[in-house]
Design a protein. Sequence first.
Length: 139
Amino acid sequence: MSTPVQAPAGQQPAESAGRRAIWLSIAALAMTFMLPLAGLVMAVFALMTGIRALPLLRAAKKPAGTATGGIAVSTVALLLSAVATALQLYLMDEYSAYQECMKGAGTVASQGECYTQFRDATEKKLPPEVLRILNTVQP
């Protein structure tokens, strides 16, 4: 028979649930910028953890700020990672062609040509409104 899980000394389960929610949401936001699909999965997990932490905190009469913050940050991470993942999947063929071109590019000029081909291919595929947004954040 298994023994029940005990909270660390001086820490209540409700308080640890709130902290867990905020830390998972911060990790989800970081993962969104590195690996959008992994950020998407982690954001869903963080959102569920934050939602589950709210009733625990309220029942223990503790402030629910950490869980609320976790829900807010994980929602932002979820939206960002969903958009980034969808964009990656939509431009998968263009990006694969870009990677193949870069493998054979031995000079800076040929690398610039690969980028130009990639940019032209994505401009044909993306609507003008999206291009305007992406051009404002391009380096």
